[in-house]
Design a protein around this ligand. Structure first.
Ligand SMILES: Nc1ncnc2c1ncn2[C@@H]1O[C@H](COP(=O)(O)OP(=O)(O)OP(=O)(O)O)[C@@H](O)[C@H]1O
Length: 435
């Protein structure tokens, strides 16, 4: 993203007066190669601290919707130079202390409800009306980019308005905060912070997997809050029982309250979301374009949002109206680029990693149920997400001919229709490869 593109995006998202007076002066410099830190410059210290306190989440949101990254934001003063050591220690401190930064646009009002997310929405609303009373903990799960964080933060925004103390963190931030506190012998502060809030919101809890010490600490945090009837809400890309490397006592606790899933919405809800998002961003789209986007994108709402922003940015950079041709060419280009970037070995390593087998097993002659299943998933994803032909895929996997590829795909399609859990696994893998 260029600095100009960034300004076009944030202009649509921010309050117009704030944009004109302050945000326009943001100069986007670069994102680090690991996509973890985006650097901006502004002319003075006052502006830097104002933007940091008020607009950091929205700036992050712009990255998220534009290209699916979620970097930390650093705002430097033009011409100011910091030593590498200073930058690293600042980043560690930020990671450790950043919490309760909620995106103000993630509210219940801006969330479109349909059958795919009705239960999660109703449960979130009930929790925010009476925290700690019903559904404790609430565990929201589903594929990436389908609105879990949106609902989680809507609960937070609502609870803050009601005067509650809210902590929102990703489990990664909780972990960083924990290790930072151990290192600095500041556990009392850490425990005081997490065990004294009214509402604890934890995003992406699946990353607790395998982190034994953090699980132990989180177990005590959980118990303390639960005993005190404080609300806990977590999100995850899978059910607690499917998080490998999570101790049983946490698995069972996560299912004490309510688990509610979010699925990819059907066509009507997708249309309503596109209409809502374009209205919120002041983007004018004809019904024809809305339908076109809704029927052609079915991976995640984040992807749809990204397309809307890109469409708007291209129209404004080209100084033309948004029309169907522009939408078609943008989508075609996006699909082509994606397919070119996805390689068969990447699919194999991701599937192997997610399904807990060795990548070499997939190309081997092994026929155990786990390996055969993983191979089938690889074949399906390779066909869906790359330009490779069936003979290409067969050759790559060392299989006899393309008829076995086609049989595998038929079997996978059947499983997707009949097995909800399998469908979720496929959807998750697809999203992980695409984003
Ligand atoms: N039903 C909805 N109504 C309005 N906006 C939605 C809805 N579902 C998703 N979105 C939007 O889609 C974007 C992605 O959603 P969100 O970040 O909440 O996804 P997620 O499920 O938490 O994904 P991840 O697991 O990758 O973190 C957000 O900008 C959110 O506002």
């Amino acid at each position: 993203m260029t600095s100009k593109e960034f300004l076009t995006i944030i202009k649509k998202e921010a309050n117009p007066t704030d944009y004109k007076r302050y945000l326009k002066q943001l100069n986007y410099k670069k994102i680090t190669s690991d996509e973890k830190l985006a650097v901006f410059e502004v002319p003075n210290r006052y502006l830097a601290s104002w933007i940091k306190s008020k607009y950091k989440p929205l700036i992050q949101h712009c990255f998220e919707i534009y290209d699916g990254t979620k970097p930390h934001i650093e705002i430097k003063i033009t011409g100011e130079k910091k030593s590498k050591k200073e930058i690293i220690s600042e980043k560690a401190k930020n990671e450790a202390t950043e919490s309760t930064i909620l995106n103000p646009s993630y509210t219940f009002d801006s969330f479109v409800v349909g059958s795919s997310n009705q239960m999660a929405y109703n449960a979130s609303l009930a929790v925010s009306e009476k925290p700690g009373v019903q559904y404790n903990p609430l565990f929201i799960y589903g594929g990436t980019g389908l609105g879990k964080t949106h609902l989680l933060q809507a609960i937070g925004n609502d609870a803050i308005e009601k005067g509650k103390t809210v902590i929102y963190v990703t489990i990664e931030q909780f972990m960083n905060d924990f290790t930072f506190s151990i290192k600095n012998k500041n556990m009392e502060h850490f425990r005081g912070k997490y065990r004294k809030c009214d509402v604890l919101l934890i995003d992406d809890i699946q990353f607790l997997s395998g982190k034994e010490q953090t699980q132990e600490e989180f177990f005590h945090t959980f118990n303390e809050l639960h005993n005190a009837k404080k609300q806990i809400v977590m999100t995850s890309d899978r059910l607690p029982s499917q998080i490998a490397g999570l101790v049983d006592r946490l698995k069972s606790r996560f299912e004490w309250g309510l688990t509610a899933d979010i699925q990819m919405p059907g066509l009507e809800t997708k249309i309503a979301i596109i209409e809502k998002k374009s209205e919120l961003n002041g983007i004018n789209l004809s019904r024809e374009i809305v339908n076109y986007i809704a029927t052609n994108l079915d991976n995640s709402i984040r992807e749809i949002e990204g397309v809307l922003i890109k469409l708007n940015a291209s129209a404004s950079l080209l100084n033309q109206e948004i029309n169907l041709e522009l939408a078609q060419s943008l989508l075609k280009e996006q699909i082509r680029e994606k397919k070119e970037n996805i390689k068969l070995p990447d699919i194999i390593s991701l599937v192997a990693n997610e399904l807990n087998i060795k990548p070499s097993d997939i190309k081997s002659k092994k026929r155990t149920a786990t390996v055969a299943n993983a191979r089938r998933v690889v074949i399906y994803l390779a066909r869906e997400l790359t330009h490779n032909s069936m003979p290409d895929i067969a050759k790559f996997l060392g299989m006899k001919d393309h008829s076995s590829i086609s049989k595998n795909i038929q079997k996978t399609n059947k499983l997707i229709e009949t097995d909800e859990n399998f469908k979720l696994i496929i959807q998750n893998l697809k999203n992980k490869i695409i984003h």
